[in-house]
Design a protein around this ligand. Structure first.
Ligand SMILES: [Zn+2]
Ligand SMILES: [Zn+2]
Length: 344
């Protein structure tokens, strides 16, 4: 990689906790690499991320940090592969562990849907809402037989030495509560800083999941903002002000309506409700990008990932900057302008 550049590699561009059949683009789970000089930072770890990192020509030893926007499984499902297979791939990180930065404990279970006829029983009642450090501890515990083989017999450093999980603390005094106000108006706050980048975050609107974050990466070369999962968010507009590249999630509500039109039962309606209050249409993503003055808008976390490009480009002329719908493994160069999506 050219050390004078900042780039984004769209490792995985599909959203949602499922495998779609018939995806001609072969989109894998949501994951984005932000490359600054020789280092790269990973945002979310959807399914297939380890393989995509390799296909992008990135080396796990150059990983500056893993950033998790929120605790939904489509953003974390391959964290176990990075943590456990990382024991083979990380060669010089025992004294320089990879930070894993993400939400802390939710702290309270979400309310039961009013459509429930019988209240469902939560799993893992002793610790039902872990954040990123709880997830890390659980992964290490779940894979202990394998990890201990390698630690005791092959004398490999353990994931506890190679990784450094860090829970993001939501600022006090903004009125945040996971159930009653998960998206209060707030100023972006710094969650990470090293010699190359500063990462700021804000709460976005993805109920009932909370906290849900958007992240902004600023380097001397420019800025990249990633929406995380959210409906249209004023906090995100503030975070993304004048950003060079905004990667925003997008859902096709026509697909949602078509899928649940056949399902008038309460479970079907509950899932449909979830999509409408928690995700953003293409038109909505364009509104957010225009309000923020983003120079380039790239859509990712596409739901459904099998939709034709025409679904994602409808109304693109409403956006005043450069509009992109990247495939997996596209490279977007961030600088004076993000003006090209170049196939890697
Ligand atoms: Zn998602
Ligand atoms: Zn989500």
């Amino acid at each position: 990689m050219d050390s004078s550049m900042m780039k984004v590699v769209t490792l995985g561009t599909a959203g949602g906790p499922r495998w779609f059949a018939g995806d001609t683009k072969d989109r894998t789970g949501i994951a984005t690499a932000i490359v600054v000089g020789e280092r790269f930072y990973l945002v979310d770890a959807g399914h297939g991320v380890g393989r995509r990192i390799r296909q992008a020509g990135l080396d796990l030893d150059d990983l500056g940090g893993i950033f998790i926007t929120h605790m939904h499984s489509d953003h974390t499902i391959d964290l176990p592969s990075l943590i456990v297979f990382g024991m083979q791939a990380l060669h010089n990180r025992a004294d320089d562990p990879v930070p894993i930065v993400g939400p802390g404990q939710r702290g309270a279970l979400p309310p039961v849907s009013p459509r429930a006829l019988v209240p469902p029983r939560p799993v893992a009642p002793a610790n039902p809402t872990p954040g990123v450090s709880g997830l890390f501890a659980g992964i290490v515990a779940a894979y202990a037989t394998d990890i201990n083989d390698r630690v005791l017999d092959a004398l490999r450093p353990s994931p506890e030495v190679l990784f450094d999980p860090r829970d993001i603390v939501v600022p006090e005094g903004i009125g945040y509560h996971p159930n009653t106000d998960s998206h209060p108006e707030m100023e972006p706050f710094v969650i990470f800083k090293d010699d190359l980048i500063t990462v700021t975050a804000t709460l976005v609107d993805h109920p009932p999941l909370a906290p849900a974050f958007a992240f902004r990466f600023d380097s001397e070369h420019g800025s990249v903002t990633i929406s995380g999962d959210t409906c249209e968010s004023a906090n995100l507009v503030r975070l993304a002000q004048d950003t060079d590249l905004l990667l925003h999630e997008a859902i096709d509500f026509e697909w949602v309506d078509g899928m649940y039109a056949q399902r008038q039962d309460d479970n079907g309606r509950a899932v449909r409700d979830h999509h409408y209050k928690s995700h953003t249409s293409v038109a909505g993503a364009i509104r957010v990008a225009n309000a923020a003055g983003a120079k380039t808008l790239a859509l990712h976390h596409l739901v459904p990932s099998i939709a034709d490009d025409a679904v994602w480009t409808r109304g693109r002329e409403e956006f005043t900057g450069t509009f992109l719908v990247p495939d997996d493994l596209d490279v977007l160069t961030v600088g004076a302008a993000v003006d090209a999506a170049v196939r890697s």
